[in-house]
Design a protein around this ligand. Structure first.
Ligand SMILES: Cc1cc2nc3c(=O)[nH]c(=O)nc-3n(C[C@H](O)[C@H](O)[C@H](O)COP(=O)(O)O)c2cc1C
Length: 397
């Protein structure tokens, strides 16, 4: 294999840690408060076991599926993240990698690249928005994404502005002016492999968020947009319904953790939900999303597409999520580590690692397709599941 190839996502993360300045690496680690949810997202996957067969295995295995009407070559799509300062190509590199590997791209409303450029790179782009700025602004933002050709909307409404991490938050500058550049110069000089691609293009990391505003308006800074978000009254279920009507196409509600919310999302008319706790970045102490998936999938899996994100680092994690009721998963940090480690090929590498892991788990489990996976394929320890928000009325309770 060529230069820079890595065999696991853990190795990509090790390389990212070495390559990135602490302020950039720390922003990707993210998490909130004590990091309980951040850790549980990964730990919970490790608690689940497999129940493999010894003979009668399938020589050919099918990994493809669809997500919100888009055919994808594996049950893994890109979860939206703002990736300012990781790589000069940012979300465009991620979109190209996803397109090359036959999967869809979730583009963050707080991304560093314009939605038009990303959709041109990967036409299978779902545009994500937070509830920033009230209905008029959100309508303009959605219209811009539609005009650009985005094929779906991801509405992310799980955010509680929980700040403060026990291990310390990285200092992120408001914008890159000369004074800030001088202050951060030592980080660039001590991390030449990170800075070189920026230097080659005579660029400095851009800390603006162009998709928050109209196409021809100046892009606000990340913190400017964040402040606006803090002062926007949070959305109601009526607002969610309104977004579904306005978009008039496939919509995913991202961040669902409760059965009652999942049912309300169905009533609001969404196409899909993502069972998610925002990668452990929101309310610390929320259980791992894989723990809450089974009850939610049981309650609404026949009415909407149920995806999961949070803690996926291996193909076997993907298979565990599918066995417990997800149609597909979304990945966040896994591709960010790949991007940091090796740019676009690094993201392709991560998708290849996941594809290989899904395929070998299917082989071991004697399944010929991701659609055949069910609960009998995994060993679920007693007390593993978390059901709340009406979960007691679903299944065994
Ligand atoms: C650095 C970072 C930035 C993120 N930015 C966004 C965002 O802009 N919009 C969004 O809906 N989710 C965002 N997320 C959450 C991810 O979409 C996803 O839910 C989470 O990363 C999944 O967990 P994982 O990183 O363990 O895969 C972000 C996550 C990280 C780590």
């Amino acid at each position: 294999m060529g230069n820079g190839w890595f065999e696991t996502v853990a190795e990509a993360q090790r390389r990212a840690r070495k390559r990135l300045p602490w302020s950039v690496y720390g922003a990707l680690v993210a998490g909130s408060e004590k990091g309980v949810t951040l850790a549980d997202n990964q730990a919970a996957f490790a608690e689940l076991g497999f129940a493999p067969h010894v003979a009668g295995l399938c020589h050919e295995r099918e990994l493809s599926t669809t997500v919100m009407g888009q055919p994808v070559s594996l049950p893994v799509v890109i979860s939206p993240t703002g990736v300012q300062a990781v790589h000069p190509d940012g979300e465009v590199a991620v979109a190209r990698a996803a397109a090359n590997r036959g999967t869809a791209m979730g583009l963050s409303g707080f991304a560093s690249k314009p939605v038009e450029e990303v959709v041109r790179t990967n036409p299978q782009t779902f545009f994500q928005t937070y509830w920033v700025g009230g209905r008029d602004e959100i309508e303009r933002r959605m219209q811009r994404a539609k005009d650009a050709g985005a094929v779906g909307l991801i509405a992310t409404t799980d955010w509680s502005f929980s700040h403060g991490r026990d291990w310390g938050s990285p200092a992120i500058p408001e914008k890159m002016d000369l004074r800030t550049m001088l202050k951060y110069a030592p980080q660039a000089l001590t991390h030449p492999r990170w800075f070189a691609p920026f230097a080659r293009r005579r660029e400095i990391p851009d800390l603006t968020v162009p998709n928050v505003r109209g196409r021809d308006e100046p892009a606000p800074t990340f913190f400017g947009a964040y402040g606006e978000w803090m002062f926007t009254p949070p959305p109601s279920w009526d607002d969610v319904r309104w977004m579904v009507e306005q978009w008039d196409g496939p919509v995913m509600l991202k961040g669902v953790g409760r059965v009652d919310d999942a049912k309300r999302a169905v009533e609001a008319g969404v196409t899909a939900i993502s069972v998610s706790n925002h990668g452990g970045n929101n309310l610390d102490g929320t259980p791992a999303s894989i723990r809450t998936l089974p009850r939610i999938a049981e309650a609404v899996g026949d009415q909407v597409e149920v995806l999961l994100d949070g803690g996926v680092r291996r193909g076997s994690d993907v298979v565990k999520a599918l066995a417990l009721g997800a149609r597909a998963v979304m990945i966040g940090r896994a591709y960010l580590w790949g991007l940091a480690a090796n740019g676009q090929p690094g993201v392709e590498n991560v998708l290849d690692v996941l594809r290989g892991g899904v395929d070998s788990a299917l082989l071991g489990l004697g399944r010929s397709s991701v659609h055949e996976l069910d609960r009998s394929d995994v060993v679920v320890p007693p007390g593993f599941e978390s059901g709340f928000g009406g979960a007691e009325t679903v299944g065994s309770g």
